[in-house]
Design a binder for this molecule. Structure first.
Ligand SMILES: NC(=O)c1ccc[n+]([C@@H]2O[C@H](COP(=O)([O-])OP(=O)(O)OC[C@H]3O[C@@H](n4cnc5c(N)ncnc54)[C@H](OP(=O)(O)O)[C@@H]3O)[C@@H](O)[C@H]2O)c1
Length: 319
């Protein structure tokens, strides 16, 4: 393997932390572009990684930074809009700025993070629609050799999915947890497998032009994943699925709360199952890790595996 010079945008987040660490461990030189380096003072992974403050919406500035690099990785994505950070700005304007910067710098290879179910024809959900627009934009950009990745929910150390539900569950006093869209289905994919897919694409230029759906080995309803989380943190909580009207009302109310824990756009995203008809991991010879094998290793402390086994045997006895 030849060491490459790689730019990562959105690399200071959950997936980026894992990917950048792995790229550096493999000997690549990585430049992580960030809007606010002061927020990521702990983000220093050895001499092969540099953190650069760059406005990713300025193609001329991007071109200056991109010169001499082999590949650009775009990991920018938002689940909720706030202030100037809108879905169309983060998911469409930014990829447009990236491909302009790449063209001017003479860099051709792009690894672009999209999302499963991203679709320009999505009628309600702005997250999925704009992710689809950004994905199409980069694939239709002349001179750019792009591979895009369309994962279901990603889990692993530092994820927001399991950690968020774990903290919510800790605040619920009773045995019942009211949950919107409890029947929505997911095929959670392990962050290490997502990173492996990016590395595969980096080493296989022939993957340019491909849009890769990434799913883990199991499919679960949101309710099942929340009860699994409860078991790991030692709570005997049962999910109470909310009827659709209540789910919408919850989204409208919670969308106004600080941090927007659940919004109408999140509600729309959950109307489509986030599962793959065929995950691309198999084609890349990546054996996906399961939720059951990995989540107990980082959530709920040392006792979590024992608690999970206890939960499984209780579930078996009651079925
Ligand atoms: N996590 C999942 O379950 C999941 C599932 C499917 C798809 N994805 C996609 O995978 C990618 C990475 O996800 P993640 O969970 O690692 O995200 P994350 O932790 O939120 O990190 C995203 C990074 O993007 C940058 N960013 C955020 N808002 C931005 C904006 N408005 N303009 C420019 N940069 C912005 C931030 O970097 P700075 O603040 O340093 O600039 C941030 O560190 C995203 O595209 C996401 O949509 C994630």
């Amino acid at each position: 393997m030849t060491a490459k010079r790689i730019i990562v945008i959105g690399g200071t987040g959950f997936v980026g932390g894992h990917l950048v660490h792995r790229l550096a461990a493999l000997g690549h030189r990585v430049s992580v572009l960030t809007r606010r380096p002061e927020r990521h003072r702990d983000f220093r992974i050895g001499a092969k990684v540099q953190l650069l403050q760059v406005n990713p919406y300025d193609p001329a500035r991007l071109a200056q930074v991109f010169v001499g690099h082999d590949c650009v990785v775009n990991l920018v994505g938002i689940l909720n809009e706030s202030g100037r950070s809108s879905f169309s700005r983060a998911h469409v304007d930014l990829p447009r700025s990236l491909v302009r910067g790449m063209r001017d710098a003479g860099v051709t290879r792009l690894l672009h993070m999209s999302a499963l179910n991203a679709d320009v024809n999505e009628t309600h959900g702005r997250y999925l629609k704009t992710k689809g627009e950004g994905e199409n934009l980069v694939h239709q950009s002349p001179g750019v050799e792009v591979t895009s990745f369309r994962p279901s929910v990603i889990f692993g150390p530092g994820d927001s999915f399991f950690r968020r539900f774990a903290s919510l569950l800790r605040t619920v006093p009773g045995p019942l947890f009211p949950l919107a869209c409890a029947d929505a289905r997911f095929a959670p994919v392990y962050v290490g497998d997502v990173v492996a897919a990016f590395l595969y694409a980096l080493d296989h230029p022939a993957s340019a032009g491909q849009r890769l759906d990434l799913c883990g080995p199991g499919e679960y309803s949101l309710g099942e994943l929340v009860e699994f989380t409860a078991a790991l943190i030692g709570r005997r909580t049962r999910v109470l699925g909310l009827p659709d009207l209540a789910a919408r009302a919850q989204a409208r109310i919670m969308g106004w709360l600080p941090g927007k824990p659940f919004t109408m756009d999140n509600y729309y995203s959950l109307q489509k199952d986030s599962v793959c008809s065929q995950s691309a991991l198999a084609k890349m010879d990546i054996a996906p890790s399961s939720v059951e094998a990995m989540v107990p290793l980082y959530l709920g402390g040392a006792a979590s595996r024992a608690r999970y086994n206890d939960y499984r045997s209780r579930a078996r006895r009651s079925s």
